[in-house]
Design a binder for this molecule. Structure first.
Ligand SMILES: [Zn+2]
Length: 465
């Protein structure tokens, strides 16, 4: 542990310029956040003309009829326009808030709120909670019009919306209640660990964050998700027996097999798994069950179990720990730098003893361009995992010596096409846009890979004969 702390101290030494050099951090945040937004807009403009193509890619020719293809192009075009406008709007709001010194005002306002209850600035954690609540409410309320438009105009126009106004409101209230119920204790504990561990906070905070993530893995399916959706045990029948048989053969610790009423809000469909290593949930959307045959849903699940078999969630968790570690390792330089806060209009008295939550929030803004690159890296890894999971489904016939699974690749391909057609997902994708935004390979790429895998296998079979 001491080596870790010596290394971290050396890093702080290198970053000591943050506390000493007069840097216009506010200007830096403005320029860098605009640069990211404009780059994202540029990507949308690269993607936009592809929505005018009149025919799907060759591999999909036989699966899209003209009317459906046109619908999917229109849907994509509308969504792209929506993203372009909302992205720029959000940036204008953020940029204005920074330039008028909003965060400094919010901190002072938080101080006034706790002042009513007789608490002074020495109650840093209490004031931090009030400050977070102010920002949370402000961002949540300003996001409502966009969310209303997206649900009741954009999704509605393309026939996906199933959310009623009443459901929209109850969802919103539940999300806020959850935000306070989980966010409050989380922020308090997070700040408490900082205070308690002092300069040696990095390993402790990482342990805390990991424990929090694990708690959420347990709480999410048992407490949170049932607030929004109904999970009912998948009825006995072909799909259930296929799923249980597949899980059994792969020794997947399937404890709960549910169908989720995803159709309550939207007609988009999917399937996923999660849970602790010894007790897993598989959840299948009712829409997927309705639209695909059991054999095809089985292939989607085979892909999902490929993620489990190759330990993709664990690998992603490890990589994200590394990511969190690097962020926390850089942070102290910004925590102990009064002029960093001064650059964002905080008063000299607040800046002289920087509140942790404020310094952390501003530090996140500094990281914006770096985080954009990191998320591209995450997407790159995630796409590799998707290929691997697809290949796993195709190889099941050999792995389990199960000739009936020889057509797993075809079934997966058919299910992916159905999902894509029903969701009106975009089929023509610009490579740079995809590299930046997509955690999954495009449908065309996946179908080509499935095809290549089958051709290779057929070749091997022939050789054997
Ligand atoms: Zn996947």
């Amino acid at each position: 542990m001491d080596i870790l702390h010596t290394q971290l101290a050396a890093l702080q030494q290198r970053l000591s310029f943050v506390a000493t050099d007069p840097i216009d951090w506010k200007f830096y945040v403005q320029v860098s956040s605009w640069a990211v937004t404009l780059f994202e807009s540029y990507l949308l403009l690269r993607q936009y003309p592809l929505y005018s193509r009149i025919a799907p890619p060759k591999v999909l020719e036989n699966h899209f009829d003209t009317a459906v293809f046109r619908k999917s192009q229109n849907y994509g075009r509308d969504k792209a326009r929506f993203s372009l406008v909302t992205g720029l709007m959000k940036q204008i709001i953020d940029s204005t808030l920074i330039s008028i010194g909003f965060y400094a005002c919010a901190w002072d306002f938080g101080g006034k709120i706790i002042g009513y209850f007789g608490c002074g600035p020495e109650y840093e954690i209490t004031q931090s909670l009030a400050f977070t609540a102010v920002i949370f409410m402000m961002t949540s309320i300003s996001a409502i019009p966009i969310s209303l438009y997206e649900t009741f105009v954009l999704e509605e126009r393309h026939g996906f919306n199933k959310t009623t106004p009443a459901l929209f409101v109850t969802d919103l209230l539940k999300t806020w209640a959850l935000g306070f119920a989980i966010g409050g204790p989380f922020v308090s504990a997070f700040l408490y660990v900082f205070k308690w561990a002092g300069d040696r906070f990095v390993p402790w905070l990482m342990a805390f964050l990991l424990a929090f993530q694990m708690t959420m893995v347990i709480l999410y399916p048992t407490v949170i998700q049932p607030l929004f959706n109904k999970l009912s045990p998948l009825p006995t029948g072909e799909l259930r027996s296929r799923t249980e048989a597949l899980a059994g053969k792969l020794k997947f610790p399937l404890k709960h097999l549910y169908e989720i009423d995803g159709s309550k809000r939207s007609s988009h469909s999917n399937a996923y798994f999660f849970g602790l290593p010894w007790s897993k949930y598989i959840v299948i959307f009712d829409t997927l069950i309705k639209e695909s045959k059991p054999a095809e849903v089985e292939a989607v699940l085979a892909h999902e179990l490929g993620h489990w078999y190759h330990m993709h969630p664990t690998k992603l968790l490890c990589i994200s720990q590394l990511h969190i570690f690097s962020i926390l390792a850089l942070f102290p330089a910004f925590l102990h730098a009064p002029q960093f806060l001064r650059a964002f209009d905080f008063s000299a008295s607040v800046a002289s003893r920087p509140p942790t939550i404020v310094a952390f929030l501003l530090f996140q803004m500094i990281l914006t361009p770096l985080e954009a690159v990191v998320s591209m890296g995450f997407n790159f890894i995630s796409r590799r995992f998707e290929w691997e999971a697809d290949r796993f489904a195709c190889e099941l016939q050999d792995r389990l010596e199960e000739p009936s699974m020889a057509d797993m690749g075809d079934r997966l391909g058919r299910a992916l096409i159905t999902l894509h057609v029903k969701n009106l997902s975009t089929v023509w994708v610009d490579w740079l846009y995809s590299a930046y935004h997509h955690s999954h390979p495009t449908l065309t790429e996946r179908l080509k890979a499935l095809e290549a895998f089958r051709a290779k296998r057929d070749g091997e079979d022939k050789k054997r004969l």
